[in-house]
Design a protein around this ligand. Structure first.
Ligand SMILES: [Zn+2]
Length: 240
């Protein structure tokens, strides 16, 4: 069966993407978006309608953060903002060069900034009540989610990124339950300046044994499962 989709290369295809790795990337995005939709997380497609002036303003701020990072030598040209009810509640910029931390990406830091702002007591584990991002909300009707409720996290928020998210950041967006992703430059644009994430998208589609990084599955499984047991035995555990 062939379906017409908006591809990562900015074209609409009904078959193979002409870009190297394009098909795998497209499949990854489609699978991930489908999984989120099935889980009732309300995720919208990454390709958005023409942005309103407000939305354009948010993208300008994400881009300003990206340019600042470049000019100050802090990291790559990537910035992100998280918006709730029309207001910026989180900002992030790539600071890999400043920190030497390879995962210091704009989206990750924007998510941490927004989460800390919305739920300053989250780390204390002492305030899970109404109004915090750890407040439990019911799964949506028809959701295959195995538990009846999930923590709110950043549901109700949008993220604006000046460049297409890498797989790590896209995954972080799912964990955060952000409703909508707006990104400006495409994966192809990002590849053109030397930040090629294509192989990661391709790797995700392969079995563990065929990944570029060696992965040993089920190594000392019984040991690892002791932590799962501890979780299940904890009477007051807070699911999320
Ligand atoms: Zn990233």
């Amino acid at each position: 069966m062939s379906t017409t989709v908006n591809c990562c290369c900015d074209a609409v295809h009904d078959g193979n993407c002409p870009e190297p790795g394009g098909l795998s990337r497209r499949l990854f995005m489609a699978t991930a978006a489908g999984a989120a939709g099935a889980a009732g997380l309300g995720f919208s497609p990454a390709v958005a309608a023409a942005p309103s002036p407000d939305k354009a303003k948010f993208m300008e701020e994400a881009t300003r953060l990206a340019i600042e990072s470049v000019e100050k030598g802090w990291g790559g040209p990537f910035g992100a903002v998280i918006v709730k009810d029309g207001e910026i509640i989180g900002r992030g910029q790539n600071r890999v060069l400043l920190t030497g931390i390879p995962v210091f990406h704009a989206e990750i830091t924007a998510i941490m900034d927004a989460s800390a702002r919305l739920n300053p007591k989250a780390l204390l584990g002492s305030d899970y009540g109404a109004g915090t991002i750890l407040e439990m909300i019911p799964r949506e009707p028809g959701s295959p989610d195995p538990v009846p409720e999930r923590a709110r996290m950043l549901k109700g928020c949008e993220i604006y990124i000046n460049g297409a998210p890498c797989p790590m950041c896209m995954s972080a967006i799912y964990w955060s339950r952000i409703d909508h992703v707006y990104f400006a430059a495409s994966l192809k644009d990002t590849s053109a300046i030397g930040f090629d994430d294509a192989f990661q998208y391709e790797d995700f589609a392969k079995p563990w044994s065929e990944r570029r990084i060696a992965v040993t599955e089920n190594f000392e499984r019984a040991t690892g499962l002791k932590a799962y047991e501890a979780w299940m035995n904890k009477k007051d555990r807070h699911p999320y």
